[in-house]
Design a protein around this ligand. Structure first.
Ligand SMILES: [Zn+2]
Length: 358
């Protein structure tokens, strides 16, 4: 595995819009019938869905573009816990956090060393496959691009030492993640993702994590006011997304063949400057966007009757027969985009209906 520690120079944010904006991507029609070969699962940590509605979305051209496809601003994180690492593990394993079928990881700090139980499997007591397993075993190159060090848990859990034997011929080995990149800034991370995509030779599946909005929220609150530290951080991520979209547009091998699934681990603001109250709607309302080239925007939930829109003030338990679209659906949506089989995990009701909304 290639590990890159990228300590890029911090962006100088002299108020909102400070620094050099990334060139805005030009909208291009998706190639009809093109096969998706590259998928990015992008998590924007602590992203509240209100920012993807007017008036804020007018200042977010990249997020706006990613809404040109099936999307919802009424997705949900795990119902039992609205903190970062457990929800990201749900995104990547397709499982809830708790219960017999859950992945079982509730900590939210840097993990202990692998030899001290710092793998998802050791904590659970059984192997928990991720979307990286399904993809890597079938020859898809995989990567993690993160701005928080706690995601090292992924490398420890899916390493050559801890990963599962590849039983799908040919053998691609036990290490399920080919590349782990840590960067300190949103734009620095986007540059690494863009460079990685340009160099791709064959199918890729990557997880990309932008931490800036969460950091701003913890520092100064999840404040929905123009110029707030939180809104500025989301605008910073928008510029980073613009860098990635520009790289896709500029490369004939990527344009029309690249999909982005964007969601969040939680919202934020309850209690103030945090997001730990799992019963608070401002914590449990999140977006989920499926972009596979520019197309008509559509309501994902209107097209998925088996996954109904939850009431605004509820996040149903995983025992409820009708499950909302959750961030934990992201793994299987990404695998479906690549034409790969779903995870063999108890999901929230399957993503067939979700994907039928393409
Ligand atoms: Zn978070």
């Amino acid at each position: 595995m290639r590990v890159v520690a990228a300590f890029a120079v911090s962006l100088s944010l002299l108020g909102c819009g400070g620094g050099s904006p990334a060139p805005q991507a030009q909208a291009q029609p998706a190639a009809r019938g093109a096969t998706i070969e590259h998928v990015l699962l992008i998590s924007v940590d602590g992203l509240r869905p209100e920012l993807l509605s007017p008036p804020f979305v007018g200042r977010l051209p990249s997020f706006s573009r990613l809404m040109a496809g099936p999307h919802t601003l009424d997705a949900r994180p795990d119902p039992d816990i609205t903190v970062t690492l457990p929800n990201h593990l749900s995104m990547l394993t397709g499982r809830p956090v708790l219960g017999e079928g859950g992945h079982g990881w509730t900590d939210n700090d840097d993990p202990p060393a692998a030899k001290h139980g710092g793998t998802i499997h050791a904590r659970k007591g059984s192997y928990i496959p991720s979307m990286f397993d399904i993809a890597h075993d079938r020859g898809v190159a995989t990567g993690v691009f993160a701005t928080k060090t706690k995601f090292w848990l992924l490398e420890q859990s899916y390493s050559a030492a801890a990963g599962a034997v590849d039983t799908v011929e040919p053998d691609h080995g036990k290490a399920k993640i080919d590349m782990f990149v840590h960067a300190r800034t949103s734009l620095g991370l986007a540059e690494h993702v863009s460079d990685h995509l340009r160099r791709a030779r064959g199918a890729t599946l990557d997880f990309v994590h932008f931490a800036a909005p969460d950091a701003a929220g913890h520092a100064d609150g999840w404040t929905l006011e123009a110029g707030s530290r939180y809104v500025c951080a989301v605008e910073e991520v928008d510029r980073a997304l613009g860098e990635i979209l520009s790289a896709i547009d500029a490369d004939a091998d990527l344009s029309g063949r690249t999909a982005i699934v964007l969601t969040a681990d939680h919202g934020g603001g309850a209690p103030a400057k945090t997001h730990t109250d799992r019963s608070a709607p401002i914590n449990f309302r999140i977006p989920l966007l499926i972009w596979s080239g520019d197309r008509a925007a559509s309501d994902l939930l209107a097209a998925t009757p088996s996954r109904p829109r939850p009431a605004a003030d509820t996040n149903p338990s995983v025992a409820e027969p009708a499950q909302p679209i959750r961030n934990g659906d992201a793994a299987n949506i990404c695998l479906s985009l690549l034409g790969l089989p779903p995870l063999p995990a108890p999901a929230y009701g399957g993503v067939d209906a979700v994907w039928a909304a393409r």
